[in-house]
Design a protein around this ligand. Structure first.
Ligand SMILES: Cc1cc2nc3c(=O)[nH]c(=O)nc-3n(C[C@H](O)[C@H](O)[C@H](O)COP(=O)(O)OP(=O)(O)OC[C@H]3O[C@@H](n4cnc5c(N)ncnc54)[C@H](O)[C@@H]3O)c2cc1C
Length: 416
């Protein structure tokens, strides 16, 4: 069967990934995005007040994220990443002031858990065996239900790791999805667990090189195009109704809707989608502080800040599943977060540097067992329509890797 133009709506990472994979295989693509820029929930921009480039949120990946790495290789942006020299995760406990570094070894056998200096202080090697329970969890179980929640390992390792990866508290996060991430990360050996961040900005890695690639490969990119509805006839999409234009589809044309779950929910009400979301609060403090982490990323336990990203002239923080603080005024949030940073970096808690608070209220879907069961598989919906997005059933949490994988799967569905 011939394939006509593939109309992709939504230029977040899922839509960009579909477009890149399809144009790379010689297909004709038209990409439509409601905003004036691509990138969706993974983008950077120039902040006028701080007069510097900031990301809408600090994004952390792992070296086992093969879909994301393949995508970056396709668009020629693999050199824009900063991969840590090893699977190393420095932490500080804000209450006790204790500092430690989880130092995994690179091979498959986790010899680091037998080394007191490489594992979490106050834990024994056999505590880590609990992790196996996550690999055999049933679909109704939460991470907390599989583990000993009173243990030091839970407080200092499993709980912070779950919130960081799932953007959902361990008490309600799906053990099965978390187990999938562990399987992928540890399955590759410690070498797959190296922290990966972008060198400059998210758009400079994931978005701008993709836009260049698409233009060079003949795709057409349309910004400021908000899709209002899809016109269906005999189970086939015939029109895309944008706010200012109706696009008529030709025979053999396809549509990929790479839109957020809540938009799809309005547009295709019969399709099950997650309906609950969790927020992330990021703060960017413009200050040159002496580095405390050998990887540039520091985990904090016991405060409002969970991760600090140390940059040459900036301390950026992440608070995931941030329902506790997201509705506070920005000034109050800045005070709370700066208090944690001042403690760790030996700075004055009253002298808050210039800052920007970025609240993403629907950063990801809530990765709870019941919401996970609302994720649809990536398959053709109607005769010529496929959906993509981090909320589709990738088996992964709502992440860069999940979004790019979903876009790739949608492209493969059409090619097949
Ligand atoms: C603050 C924050 C921190 C994060 N941290 C991490 C992290 O550390 N590691 C990690 O791996 N992941 C992280 N994520 C998750 C990751 O960013 C997302 O999973 C990913 O970007 C989702 O991509 P997507 O394409 O599925 O959706 P989106 O990015 O939401 O893309 C959907 C696109 O559709 C467009 N659109 C919406 N409605 C319409 C319409 N009607 N018509 C046309 N276009 C429309 C939107 O403007 C958007 O561009 C984080 C997310 C946030 C918000």
């Amino acid at each position: 069967m011939p394939i006509g133009t593939i109309h992709i709506v939504g230029a977040g990472l899922a839509g960009l990934s579909s477009a890149v994979h399809l144009t790379a295989r010689g297909h004709k693509v038209a990409l439509y995005e409601a905003g004036q820029h691509a990138g969706g929930r993974c983008r950077s921009y120039h902040d006028k007040e701080l007069d510097c480039l900031i990301d809408n949120g600090n994004h952390l990946m792992l070296s086992c994220n093969e879909e994301a790495l393949t995508y970056l290789m396709l668009i020629g942006a693999e050199d824009t990443l900063q991969i840590a020299k090893g699977p190393i995760f420095p932490f500080t406990d804000l209450d006790s002031g204790e500092r430690w570094t989880v130092r995994m070894n690179e091979g498959h056998f986790p010899s680091w858990i037998f080394n007191k200096k490489a594992r979490v202080p106050g834990t024994a090697w056999h505590d880590y065996l609990d992790g196996f329970k996550l690999l055999s969890a049933d679909r109704w179980q939460t991470v907390a239900q599989c583990l000993d929640t009173n243990s030091t390992l839970y407080q200092r390792f499993w709980q912070p790791l779950t919130v960081a990866i799932m953007n959902t508290q361990a008490q309600e996060a799906s053990a099965q999805v978390f187990g999938n991430v562990l399987r992928k990360a540890f399955g590759a050996g410690g070498i797959g667990c190296k922290p990966v961040i972008v060198k400059e900005g998210l758009s400079q890695s994931f978005v701008q090189p993709a836009e260049r690639f698409l233009k060079e490969h003949g795709a057409t990119l349309h910004y400021g195009k908000r899709l209002r509805s899809v016109g269906l006839e005999n189970d086939e999409v015939t029109t895309l109704r944008f706010a200012d234009e109706i696009v008529q589809l030709e025979p053999w044309d396809w549509v990929i809707l790479a839109l957020p779950a809540w938009v799809i929910n309005d547009m295709l009400p019969s399709l099950p989608t997650p309906t609950e979301f969790r927020s992330i609060v990021n703060a960017h403090f413009k200050i040159a502080a002496p580095a405390k982490s050998e990887t540039g990323i520091l985990g904090l336990i016991g405060g409002n800040v969970e991760w600090v990203f140390e940059k040459p002239d900036m301390l950026s923080t992440t608070t995931s599943a941030a329902e506790k603080i997201v509705d506070l005024p920005a000034d109050e949030i800045a005070t709370l977060l700066w208090r944690d940073l001042a403690k760790v970096y030996g700075l004055d808690p009253a002298a808050i540097p210039p800052h920007r608070i970025v609240k993403e209220k629907r950063a990801t879907f809530a990765a709870t067992p019941d919401q996970v069961m609302r994720r649809p598989i990536i398959a053709a919906r109607h005769t010529n329509l496929v959906v993509a997005g981090d909320w589709t059933n990738t088996q992964l949490p709502s992440t860069i890797e999940g979004a790019i994988y979903s876009g790739h799967c949608a492209a493969e569905q059409i090619i097949r």
